[in-house]
Design a binder for this molecule. Structure first.
Ligand SMILES: [Zn+2]
Ligand SMILES: [Zn+2]
Length: 553
């Protein structure tokens, strides 16, 4: 009998983002990624969403470390929050660690962790974990799939990956190694990225994008060109830079993270831009605009980003208009479509020519589509399969692909956040569930619950009515008020009568309450809320938040 091995999914199964899984061998826990998610539009005022850390905190002494598969924030952005409470080492490629380090450093938590760099193909023992780091191609360089050699056989986690036979840096997804693991040992459990599982066909090669960019630069000679992509997409930055240099343009980075990442990647030798071709955005004033290529952040339409400010004519470095071309070398991630289209609209209104994926193939996905997913399944030949990373429909689509590729129905398990699976000598079974709700971050962290969000939605949609009244509880006399104050229900200066009538109604209700001896403060507050709420609804058919403030005089 070999010891059972458990995999618990703390995030990323049922949504795009906040990827986080925990693998347990010999009673120790290895985290696999710890990411954040950007909020939906209805999460008012929320900056970020994290995995629920409560299970990890309860099991803090069992945590061996965290493996960061690659440098995207939806895989590493949660670390700077988890490290406030826990301390453990982080393993990853040097670039992944360099990217992950930024936020951790900003949070002042460098002393809570050790960054341990691992190389392509390296196999290493970390506590009871025997882990192999297998290169994969993705939209940030130097990502890994991870193979855990466990007492229950090999668990292979794909990380975020695609099959690109002509990647910009020549670093291929190492299917050969996966094939040989499958041949030699067999792969017990495959966990694979489902982001594009409902997309037919094969993702385009990143180098295809380079050719398209070159053509666009050719077509727009004589105009200023502003491009935008993810700041971590070093290969895209390289291809934009190559096109710019071919047409004798100087490259200027705009936005903090673009500047930082370009510097980091050049230091690591992952980005080849000669010093003479590179400037900072505040140093291009004296250059001919037709000889400039700006590479900016803001490809997701983030409201305060360099590009969004440009579209609103509020960018202090760059005023754009007629004669400028903006190339959005990116695709909006789910939830960001509205922001991106607002930015495009703003730019077009200013007279800018905008090129986006709807117009030219200026982007290639970093995630495997159906044919690639099937290729991995056929090479890995897993005994069991759990689709990871994706909304529910992506997980289901990926599960179907696995069945098509011959994994028996009973061995394909669809899990959601909080679910776990246990591998035993008898097969795969569902394990205990752990808490996995959203941890909302607004400002520092954590104290925003669903109750606060519900209040914010009511406030945003209907406004608030505050009714203040002071009573003498002995005599039942109303000493001051009721005073009715509102924000967002009606505009008070134009609706004084309405507010007076509301106060009148509340006054009557209080008198009535004293008549019935319901005179404790809590009962009076209830009476006030009900009276005001009814009045507001009768008069206006609206349901603002009613806040009764009853004081004892
Ligand atoms: Zn991802
Ligand atoms: Zn990724």
């Amino acid at each position: 009998m070999a010891d059972p091995v458990r995999v618990t999914f703390l995030g990323g199964l049922g949504e795009i983002g906040r990827n986080c899984a925990a693998i347990e061998v010999d009673d120790r826990i290895m985290l696999l990624d710890c990411g954040l998610m950007f909020p939906d539009l209805d999460m008012l005022g929320i900056d970020l969403v994290l995995p629920d850390f409560s299970w990890l905190l309860e099991n803090a002494d069992r945590i061996e470390g965290c493996i960061a598969t690659h440098g995207h924030e939806d895989h590493t952005g949660g670390l700077s929050f988890l490290l406030r409470e826990l301390s453990f080492p982080i393993y990853g490629s040097p670039l992944t660690l360099g990217l992950a380090r930024n936020r951790i450093e900003e949070a002042g938590l460098l002393d809570r962790t050790k960054f341990i760099a691992v190389a392509d193909g390296e196999r290493r023992d970390i506590g009871p974990f025997d882990v192999e780091f297998i290169p994969v191609t993705h939209s940030v360089p130097h990502g890994f799939a991870t193979a855990f050699h466990t007492p229950q056989g090999i668990i292979l986690h794909s990380g975020d990956w695609k099959l690109d036979l002509t990647p910009v840096d020549g670093r291929l997804t190492d299917l050969a190694r996966i094939g040989s693991l499958s041949d030699q040992h067999g792969i017990r459990l495959l966990l694979s990225d489902s982001t594009n599982a409902d997309e037919k066909g094969h993702s385009a090669s990143e180098t295809r994008v380079g050719a398209v960019l070159y053509d666009l630069f050719h077509e727009h000679e004589g105009k200023r060109i502003i491009t935008t992509c993810f700041a971590s997409h070093i290969h895209r930055v390289q291809q934009i830079a190559n096109a710019a240099i071919s047409f004798d343009r100087t490259i200027a980075t705009m936005g903090m993270s673009m500047k930082k990442n370009v510097r980091l990647a050049r230091e690591m030798g992952l980005l080849d831009i000669p010093e003479r071709s590179l400037r900072d955005i505040d140093e291009i004033g004296d250059l001919d605009p037709a000889k400039v290529c700006v590479i900016s952040t803001g490809s997701q339409g983030e409201p305060m980003s360099a590009l969004a400010l440009m579209a609103a004519s509020e960018n202090r470095w760059l005023k754009v208009g007629q004669g400028d071309v903006v190339i959005l070398s990116s695709h909006p991630i789910p939830g960001n479509e509205a922001n991106v289209s607002k930015v495009i609209d703003g730019l077009v209104r200013l007279g800018v020519e905008v090129v986006h994926t709807g117009i030219a193939d200026v982007h290639a996905s970093g995630h495997a589509k159906q044919e690639e997913l099937k290729t991995l399944l056929s090479v890995a030949q897993p005994e069991q399969f759990v689709p990871v990373h994706g909304e529910y429909r992506h997980l289901v689509a990926h599960a179907r692909l696995a069945q098509q590729m011959g994994v028996p129905d009973d061995d394909v398990v669809i899990c959601e956040d909080g679910d776990s699976v246990v591998l035993t000598d008898d097969g795969i079974e569902r394990g205990e569930r752990v808490p996995a709700g959203y941890l909302y971050v607004d400002g520092i962290v954590g104290d925003v619950g669903t109750g606060v969000l519900r209040d914010r939605r009511v406030l945003a949609a209907e406004g608030v009515v505050v009714v203040i009244v002071a009573v003498d509880r002995e005599t039942g006399a109303i000493i001051t008020g009721p005073e009715v104050i509102t924000r967002g229900w009606v505009y008070a200066p134009e609706a004084e009568d309405l507010l007076d009538d509301c106060a009148e109604r509340v006054r009557d209700a209080i008198k009535d309450a004293f008549g019935h001896d319901a005179t404790d403060i809590e009962s009076l507050q209830r009476v006030v809320r009900r009276a005001a709420g009814r009045f507001v609804n009768e008069q206006t058919r609206r349901r603002p938040m009613i806040v009764p403030v009853v004081m004892e005089a």
